[in-house]
Write a protein that binds this ligand. Structure first.
Ligand code: GLU
Length: 455
């Protein structure tokens, strides 16, 4: 069997949307699964709407998501150039070929593709005029996802506009032929174009590639398709929010595909091993921001501390919490505490602020809740003498300080946990209290406790 060749063929007319990323990903997965090639082809024939800035975003996002292309812009290959704007001569050649078959004609300055079949005229209520129609034999598409789809075109269509620009249907088919694509994997919105495309393949005497049309991605609520204006729709957004690219990629895989082994969080190698086009769902997928965040959290948790620290440090530097003078061991112990429960790296600065500055905010809601039980300042005042006697700062040492204070004041140990946490961190939750005390260290804990009581 010849090598499988798939392609991602974006039109750089807007920011890079998760639907496009998912299309690229399914092509890439299929190529990697089958040992085939993944090609990037830029469909930039629409000069008015294309924009270099958008193109750069596509390259950056694909790289960020770890989808390396085997041929395409920046890399080259035997089938280049890979930008349609540089392939005018190829389209000329194919137009000549098609013209030689007698399947083209000129009308109103445009070049049309002629369907084969009996012609008749019919009143078109939309155009409000008689139009010429064709009884063409239906085209059968054995879509690898949708199954058998039959559709007949009933009107000739333009392949070169009267300004000389070839249209999408023509250049798309020509490139897939010239670049020897074996599989066309693309969004379901293109299914309705496929009968036109098959007509062109047949007229050009070229083998028809296998088609696989991927279901749409619906927005979180409601019936509509996810649009670029919807929150969470742009890949750039995840990049700037410090999502892990591996997690975003993992989540995108689940939009229309389910791993056979039932796991939802899994390494890319396992996804590549399991990915089959025939397992892609027919039903539309629904975007779920919470699930994306959950998967990101699972990936974060699974990172070795060293890797986590490598990713987290710049985030904290950016927030002005960490600098070159920050003690490396201290930073490592803070990060080790934060990694487990961290929702995402975008939350890290907020969650860990109190480890790096004494000037942290107090969460007034948490204060109100804690104060319902007893005045936290009084509890802390009672606790300070015991804190001053802390020695090893191990669990037993800290427990003893709290237990002794509790019995001396006719209170329960539980009455001191929340006030102590609040006094030294300003929040009502977080890592295990004993760990927070240990990492902050005795001096900081006492200084903060005293400041809290107004001493
Ligand atoms: N340029 C088309 C798009 O952006 C690609 C269509 C295809 O993959 O065949 O939707």
């Amino acid at each position: 069997m010849s090598t499988i060749r798939t392609r991602f063929a974006p039109s750089p007319t807007g920011f890079f949307h998760i639907g496009s990323a998912r299309t690229a990903l399914f092509n890439w997965l299929f190529a990697r699964h089958t040992g085939g090639k993944f090609i990037l082809r830029v469909e930039d024939t629409d000069k008015e709407r294309n924009n270099d800035q958008y193109l750069q975003v596509i390259y950056d996002s694909l790289k960020w998501l770890g989808m390396d292309w085997d041929e395409g812009p920046g890399i080259g290959g035997n089938y280049g150039p890979y930008k349609q704007s540089e392939r005018a001569d190829v389209y000329q050649d194919y137009l000549k070929k098609l013209t030689a078959t007698g399947r083209t004609y000129e009308k109103d300055g445009a070049i049309w593709f002629r369907l084969e079949g009996e012609r008749y005229t019919e009143y078109d209520s939309f155009l409000k005029k008689e139009v010429e129609k064709v009884k063409a034999a239906p085209v059968t598409i054995n879509d690898l996802i949708r199954g058998k789809v039959e559709r007949a075109e009933d009107r000739d269509f333009v392949i070169v506009r009267n300004n000389g620009e070839p249209v999408f249907h023509f250049v798309n088919v020509v490139d897939d032929i010239a670049m020897e694509m074996t599989h066309v994997i693309r969004g379901e919105d293109h299914l309705s174009n496929t009968s036109k495309h098959v007509e062109l393949y047949n007229a050009l005497g070229a083998p028809v590639p296998a088609f696989a049309h991927i279901p749409l991605i619906l927005k979180t609520d409601g019936p509509g398709k996810m649009s670029k204006r919807d929150r969470g729709a742009l890949i750039e957004e995840y990049q700037s929010r410090h999502f892990l690219p591996a997690a975003v990629r993992n989540y995108l895989c689940l939009l229309g595909w389910t791993p056979k082994d039932g796991r939802e969080v899994l390494p890319i190698g396992d996804i590549i091993d399991q990915f089959e086009l025939s397992d892609v769902h027919q039903a539309n997928a629904r975007f779920d921001e919470k699930k994306m965040a959950f998967i990101n959290q699972q990936h974060l948790r699974a990172l070795p501390l060293e890797t986590f620290a490598w990713l987290a440090t710049p985030v904290l530097q950016q927030a002005g919490l960490v600098s070159d003078t920050t003690n490396e061991n201290y930073l490592q112990s803070v990060l080790a505490l934060c990694q487990e429960k961290l929702p995402g790296l975008e939350n890290l600065a907020d969650i860990s602020r109190y480890f790096f500055t004494d000037d942290f905010p107090y969460d007034e809601e948490a204060r109100a809740k804690i104060s319902k039980k007893s005045d936290p300042a009084i509890r802390i005042r009672q606790l300070i003498p015991a804190l001053e006697k802390l020695q090893k700062l191990d669990d037993a040492d800290i427990d003893a300080a709290i237990n002794d204070t509790a019995s001396a004041n006719g209170a329960k140990p539980g009455d001191y946990f929340a006030p102590l946490r609040f006094a030294i961190s300003g929040v009502g939750g977080g890592p295990h209290l004993h760990d927070v005390v240990r990492v902050l260290g005795k001096d900081r804990v006492i200084a903060r406790a005293k400041k809290f009581t107004g001493e």
